[in-house]
Design a protein around this ligand. Structure first.
Ligand code: ADP
Ligand code: MG
Length: 575
């Protein structure tokens, strides 16, 4: 079983291809969107998704969100004396999503295809892949989010044309131009901003609101989180109504301000200008004009903003279409990508070609940038350049590898440094060839060969964590996660039973205590269907105790329904 995963900054969604059609997989709350939030409880347990999102307000120190924004950086999130990287937090989130899917499908997941913002650079992509490697399933493919969305759009409509895929999520903006012809989806150019999304708009509303009321300048972090959440609601309301009043109660005072789209557009002027700049660039890179565009396809939650639709239609004079729920489109596309990978008949004729979002090259003398692979080259691609010594008897050549499009080498993102030994020769006679290969996932590999000393061959396998480190970290996660993700309701019941135990009369305690131990045993050793069945009976049992006012005879009733067996043949999961 292979899953398509939209691992979003704000929300994540998974799906699978069921014979001849895609299906999204609901989480335990029967919702497709799972908030990308991880809370680490004091006892070391993880809570993910909807409940974790509530913890942003009640337990802000232990709760992490927006960590996709720091993928591939050294940023660490501390909690209970432990440090977590974005990769690790993403791995916890991925594991939760996989568990939810396994439970829903009652099948083991073997592999995932994960989407990434098209504008993710090498380090961010590697970090995402590392997150995938920290789960227990295979991850071979990453796919660009707007390309996935294009797949979803094509699958639904199949219309040819030049489309601008405008993917505006919670934390990132990706824009790509896609040429759809027959069954070929050809990405022409990509641009974006990894630090521009709905949260920035929320923050701008918060700043604006606080400016109106100087009393609010000193509010603490928790109050600020609360205000941000009300600001987000205001923004979302303004996608449906013309005017909405933000009301914030603080220290018994009520603060109010009426917002409409025009006010919002004024507040977000910088965001709109940045969008315009990026649109100009992506069109220029694809060598087309707005007039050539068929339509703009809105993807990502922030595309639902009326302000965005109006603004884009005003500057391009093209229709802004939201055809598929913009928060599901990427996951649907990822799911279609799984079908393409497994050569499913339904999609076997579809071809998706993608491009690299940044140029790649090395710094040479005077900080000049020697580009080896130009941005928007089709993937996968491979290019070789030859470099030579600039001094007599030079014994090595040092290369700094960059990703980016600034003419000054050091202004780009440094990916790696390598030093290659060369034989002592007059200047200009010792050569090193650099072969850059950009794989289909947008991850770079570099091979350096000293031409004369053929054996001097270096292969850079970038910042992938080595298998040993991955294994160690994976085991740590295995220990902590166990059944908590598979059976969140079981943990909820266990908590409920433990609290109840404190309240019941002594004579009931004995029965309840026994029942708790038995339930824990099933949870630790049992199989999926057994656990789920026992959850039901245990829940009934607890309800019975509560409703019967802690009556003591209830245990018999419980005993009749309670199934302790754990060897169901039909149970494939976890076996
Ligand atoms: P991501 O891809 O970053 O996980 P999503 O595509 O789920 O994000 O979009 C989340 C963002 O969309 C949030 O900033 C949220 O406030 C915003 N959003 C969701 N619904 C609406 C709406 N109806 N109007 C405006 N913004 C919305
Ligand atoms: Mg998204």
């Amino acid at each position: 079983m292979i899953l398509g995963v939209d691992l979003g900054t704000t929300n994540s969604t998974v799906g699978y291809f069921n014979e001849d059609h895609w299906e999204l997989i609901p989480n335990e709350y029967n919702e497709f969107l799972t908030p990308s939030v991880v809370c680490i409880e004091n006892n070391g347990e993880y809570i993910v998704g909807k409940i974790a999102k509530e913890k942003i307000i009640t337990s802000p120190k232990n709760t992490f969100y927006n960590f996709k924004r720091t993928m591939g950086t050294d940023r660490r999130y501390s909690c209970n004396g432990k440090d977590y990287s974005s990769e690790e937090l993403s791995a916890i989130l991925l594991r939760y999503l996989i568990c939810q899917a396994e439970r829903y499908l009652n099948q083991k997941v073997d592999e995932i295809i994960v989407t990434v913002p098209a504008y993710f650079d090498d380090k961010q992509r590697i970090a995402t892949k590392n997150a995938g490697r920290l789960t227990n399933v295979k991850i071979e493919r990453l796919i660009n989010e707007p390309s996935a969305a294009a797949l979803a759009y094509h699958h639904k409509n199949g219309n040819d044309g030049y489309y601008m895929i405008f993917d505006f999520g919670g934390g990132t903006l990706d824009i790509s131009i896609v040429d759809v012809f027959m069954n070929v989806i050809d990405v022409q150019s990509i641009t974006g901003d990894n630090n521009l999304g709905g949260v920035d708009i929320d923050n701008m509303i918060v700043d604006h609101f606080i400016k109106q009321f100087p009393n609010l300048r000193s509010i603490n972090k928790d109050e600020l989180s609360r205000l941000r959440s009300i600001a987000e609601q205001t923004k979302i309301k303004l996608s449906d109504v013309d005017e909405y009043e933000l009301v914030f109660v603080y220290k018994n005072d009520i603060y109010r301000f009426k917002y409409d789209i025009q006010t919002l557009a004024n507040i977000c002027k910088d965001v709109l200008l940045r969008i315009k700049e990026l649109i100009t660039r992506v069109l220029k890179d694809a060598q087309i004009d707005t007039i050539d565009l068929t339509a703009i396809i809105g993807i990502g939650g922030s595309s639902k903003m009326l302000m965005i639709k109006q603004y884009l239609e005003m500057i391009t004079h093209k229709p802004f279409i939201i055809d598929i729920d913009p928060q599901n489109a990427v996951a649907i596309g990822a799911t279609i990508a799984t079908a393409i990978k497994t050569r499913n008949n339904t999609v076997k004729n579809i071809i998706l070609t993608d491009v690299c979002p940044f140029s790649l090259g090395v710094g040479i003398i005077n900080d000049e940038y020697s580009v080896i692979i130009a941005k928007n080259s089709s993937l996968p691609c491979s290019q070789t350049s030859l470099y030579t010594t600039i001094q007599d008897d030079q014994s090595k050549i040092k290369f700094v590898i960059y990703q980016g499009d600034d003419y000054q080498a050091s202004m780009n993102k440094e990916l790696a440094r390598i030093i290659i030994n060369v034989p002592p020769l007059p200047k200009g006679e010792a050569n090193v060839s650099l072969k850059f290969s950009y794989d289909i996932n947008g991850i770079l590999n570099v091979e350096a060969v000293s031409e004369i000393a053929q054996r001097n061959k270096t292969i850079i396998t970038n910042n992938m964590l080595d298998e040993e480190t991955i294994d160690k970290k994976r085991k740590e996660l295995d220990q902590l996660i166990n059944n908590t993700f598979y059976y969140p309701e079981a943990n909820y019941l266990l908590e409920r039973a433990k609290v109840m135990y404190q309240d019941v009369p002594i004579n009931v305690r004995e029965h309840l205590g026994h029942a708790i131990i038995q339930f824990e045993r099933v949870l630790n050793n049992g199989k999926a269907t057994t656990i789920l069945r026992n959850c039901k009976s245990f829940s009934k049992y607890l309800d019975y105790i509560a409703l019967s006012d802690f009556h003591v005879t209830i245990y018999d009733d419980y005993d009749d329904n309670y199934e302790d067996s754990s060897d169901d043949e039909d149970d494939k999961l976890l076996s």
